[in-house]
Ligand binder design. Structure first.
Ligand code: NAD
Ligand code: ZN
Length: 359
């Protein structure tokens, strides 16, 4: 069976394209209770972008605090219940921010169509009703969350996406200028999420020409942004990285992440480590799995003068390492893609624990 991929309906790309938001959502404002919910990363509170939001009287702005916690199922349930109780179903949701804000906007829009807690819909095709119209406006590049069919949420029992055909955005606005304020470390770590997506996508059994076409372009763009004489955080590179992020995500839509993301999920679940840096820490111990990608990744660290945290595991308890390994080991679709269907014969829980001990 080949995947039947639900893609983004519409995309606007270009420096300054954020200004088109008002016109784009105007026709949708006729639906449901005729107001929009803006989910905005709290970095933008009081900043110029807040003043540029095309708000109408009835609209709701929710600033989301993303610098500590990744999106939670409880947070989505609370947002939906609060908004529904006060104003009923909105015309749509606009998400502005990084992967976290993208996922909150996607999950919220799906949950506007479902009953009960979002924990019930973590998994594949569990949501039965359409959600509401939603627009994604990324302000940091790398995760591919802007185009993926999943909205990753951490619940009481698991970190797993709401993955269904109602999850992808109806509209993307890709304005590279919005990423100009990203601090250098986050620019690197989140950008590396894209690089690692492409490496993992290309080294597993689901890889095909569709994934390769997008992944090769994304890898080339990452190399231009992070290696060589024109590397660095310039507007030209912001334009490249925004497309790389999108293409990295599209490469994954026909392929899958692998060993690095499995470990990274374990790390984030137990310690709350942010996705981008958790990937980098995990990737750095995977010489046995991704030797070529690692050589290039380490060159990128040097070129951009990034000091990756090391010797972390010495402070972790055996219990924490076991939990990390159990979370990682349970992500069978990632191991299956990376190592093949017989992956359990190649690797057991102790092997995974040893990988965490190297971090
Ligand atoms: P993020 O959304 O977690 O934000 C990281 C930090 O960057 C925050 O402190 C935020 O305030 C700040 N920030 C964002 N834009 C900024 C800007 N323009 N200027 C200054 N600061 C800015 O970052 P992320 O790395 O993009 O996303 C990580 C999240 O994405 C995780 O929750 C992860 O689970 C999720 N993710 C989802 C998918 C998917 O397919 N759905 C894929 C990968 C990652
Ligand atoms: Zn990722």
């Amino acid at each position: 069976m080949f995947k039947n991929i639900k893609n983004i309906d519409k995309i606007v790309y270009g420096v300054g394209s954020f200004n088109q938001l008002d016109d784009i959502i105007a026709p949708i404002r006729q639906e449901n209770n005729k107001y929009f919910v803006f989910i905005v990363d709290d970095f933008f509170k009081g900043k110029e972008l807040e003043k540029r939001l095309p708000l109408k009287d009835e609209d709701i702005v929710k600033f989301v605090f993303t610098s500590k916690d990744e999106p939670k199922t409880g947070q989505i349930d609370e947002l939906r219940d609060d908004i529904m109780n006060k104003k009923g179903l909105p015309s749509g949701v606009v998400g502005i921010g990084g992967g976290s804000a993208m996922d909150i906007a996607k999950a919220l829009s799906v949950m506007f169509g479902q009953e009960g807690s979002s924990t019930l819909y973590q998994g594949l095709n569990l949501a039965k009703n359409p959600g509401v119209y939603h627009v994604g406006i990324p302000t940091i590049s790398g995760t591919g969350a802007e185009c993926s069919t999943t909205a990753v949420l951490t619940g009481p029992e698991k970190k797993l996406g709401i993955k269904c055909e109602y999850t992808p955005f109806n509209q993307l606005i890709l304005d590279p200028e919005l990423t100009s304020t990203v601090p250098r470390d986050k620019w690197f770590y989140t950008g590396m999420d894209c690089y690692i997506h492409c490496i993992e996508s290309s080294t597993g059994r689901l890889y095909n020409t569709f994934s390769k076409a997008y992944g090769d372009t994304a890898l080339q763009l990452c190399r231009e942004v992070y290696l060589g004489k024109n590397s660095g955080q310039t507007l030209e590179n912001a334009e490249k990285l925004m497309v790389a992020s999108l293409f990295g995500g599209l490469s994954l839509s026909y392929s899958e992440v692998g060993v690095c993301h499995a470990l990274s999920y374990g790390l984030s679940y137990v310690l709350g480590t942010r996705h981008g840096i958790a990937n980098c820490i995990s990737f750095n111990v995977l010489d046995d799995y991704y030797p070529q990608g690692l050589t290039e990744f380490r060159e990128m660290l040097v070129t951009n003068k990034i000091e990756l945290p090391k010797n972390l595991a010495k402070d972790w308890s055996e219990e924490q390492i076991t939990k990390m390994a159990e979370i990682a080991y349970a992500l069978s679709h990632m191991w299956d893609h990376a190592l093949g269907t017989g992956w359990k014969e190649k690797l057991n829980l102790d092997t995974v624990k040893d990988l965490f001990r190297r971090m």
